[in-house]
Design a binder for this molecule. Structure first.
Ligand code: NAD
Length: 437
């Protein structure tokens, strides 16, 4: 089957590469010419483990191509996926659907009868209906369907998540389109993946409800971690005890500096905005948003408290900048709040990240970018671990301690081995561990 994907970012590129690996013929389209040129030249404009190799194989098999020309790509297409960004509207909290609508208008002008237009972008409930209206107004006689097929992949393990998802959600109100979607996903179904067919509105709600639930889970364990610190309990033990309960589950019970990334912050806000427009209160979601905002803002002071002294005039080394490990994505990363609040408190900040340095330069001013963790820590009065990169677990802590002015680490991700780090002479501060006076 021929699949066109519009928007070749984290979701569009991964979906395109994976659909082609499943045997479909795919063209990934993007309006960013530089991105398409990079892809055509064999490069990958984002960091996602395994993506480069998957793209290369499928280009060689003639199943995957890249283009800026939507009209050309649409010739003979069975499906066109919309995978463009849906950021928070500037000055508001709802999703900005400008790109989604403009892509839908362009599709309407070029589509052939029988086309299935699929929203992979995360869009508020009712968007499918709105897109249907846009296409119908432009082409009253066109035979088409608008289907919701939200994406649940996680950056850093996106290919695995696409190929072995917990479920694929297909939201469709037209039986003929549902049958075609079934055929599209048949290779995954044959591998045992559950394809969940729902109404279109339900599919749109599922995506936001899933992200809101995960955000709430994170905010919850973060508050429990604060409670653990105050009462002398270890949050890791608490999370293990909680997680053994099948109704709760252990995933997403790792405390940290607050959730970030391109999805949870914007999607919780957008869900709230949509609910408000329907006069519905989502108080639990609202609380999670404000708890998370406060948590991110409070991280600078937490570092100061852990180090036991003002950071004014001190040098702090921040290891890890991306919002999570195994990505180069800096959108809404908690490190941004950590660095800026440390700067506001008078610290000089040095930073290092394995993959996020290039993107970080668009966000962070007046920091010293360093080449590796050791250079970052040299002469520092304290080290902050802000992202859970595996390589930080395996540092030579004896060497690191010797390089610092004051051997203290604030591990905001609880990834470091306490015994190893303390044996190297570090004073280690973790989230949700009993306070050591
Ligand atoms: P992204 O910013 O990485 O990619 C979006 C791409 O769309 C960009 O390359 C941009 O140039 C392109 N684009 C914008 N307008 C266009 C237009 N008119 N025509 C053609 N291309 C256009 O975004 P992303 O992270 O891939 O997210 C895309 C959507 O998927 C969002 O709605 C997001 O909420 C959702 N989503 C993201 C993730 C994730 O982990 N990143 C996971 C699930 C769902």
């Amino acid at each position: 089957m021929k699949v066109v994907i519009v928007g070749s970012g984290y979701v569009g590129l991964v979906s395109g590469a994976c659909f082609s690996a499943l045997g479909h013929s795919v063209v990934c389209v993007d309006s960013n010419e530089q991105k398409i040129e990079t892809l055509k030249a064999g490069g990958v404009p984002i960091y996602e483990p395994g993506l480069g190799a998957l793209i290369k194989t499928n280009i060689e098999q003639n199943r995957l191509a890249f283009s800026c020309d939507l009209e050309g790509a649409m010739k003979g297409a069975d499906f066109v996926f919309i995978a463009v960004g849906t950021p928070t509207r500037q000055g508001g909290s709802e999703a900005d659907l400008t790109s989604v609508y403009s892509v839908a208008s362009a599709i309407a002008l070029t589509a052939d009868d029988g086309i299935i237009i699929v929203t992979k972008s995360t869009v508020p409930v009712g968007t499918g209906e709105a897109l249907e209206g846009i296409v119908r107004a432009a082409r009253p006689d066109l035979v088409f369907a608008v289907v919701s097929n939200p994406e649940f992949l996680k950056e850093g393990s996106a290919i695995e998540d696409f190929m072995k998802p917990d479920r694929v959600v297909v939201g469709c109100d037209l039986p003929w389109a549902g049958e075609k979607m079934k055929a599209l996903y048949e290779p995954l179904r044959a591998m045992g993946v559950t394809i969940l067919h729902t109404g279109r509105n339900a599919a749109e709600v599922i995506k936001y409800a899933a992200n809101a639930f995960l955000a709430i889970k994170i905010s919850f364990i973060n508050e429990i971690a604060d409670f653990c610190e105050a009462v002398g309990a270890d949050v890791a033990e608490v999370a293990d005890g909680l997680g053994k309960d099948k109704r709760i589950g252990r995933a997403f019970l790792n405390p940290g500096p607050g959730y970030g990334g391109s999805c949870f912050p914007k999607d919780t806000l957008a869900l709230l905005a949509t609910a408000q427009s329907h006069a519905v209160n989502l108080r639990v979601v609202e609380s999670s948003i404000s708890a998370n905002d406060a948590r991110k803002r409070g991280m600078g002071n937490r570092v100061v408290r852990a180090l036991g002294q003002s950071v004014r005039g001190k040098t702090i080394a921040v290891l890890g900048l991306t919002f999570k490990a195994n990505t180069d994505d800096m959108r809404e990363a908690p490190s941004l709040d950590i660095v800026t609040s440390l700067q506001r408190l008078g610290a000089r900040v040095r930073v290092y990240d394995p993959k996020g340095m290039e993107q970080a330069r668009q966000y962070l001013r007046d920091v010293d970018y360093t080449a590796d963790p050791y250079q970052c820590a040299t002469g520092a009065d304290g080290i902050v671990v802000a992202t859970e990169w595996k390589e930080f677990e395996h540092l030579d802590f004896v060497r690191l301690a010797a390089l610092t002015k004051h051997a203290a680490i604030v591990d905001l991700r609880n990834i470091l081995d306490v015994r190893k780090v303390e044996a190297a002479g570090f004073e280690l501060h973790r989230i949700g561990s009993p306070r050591r006076e």
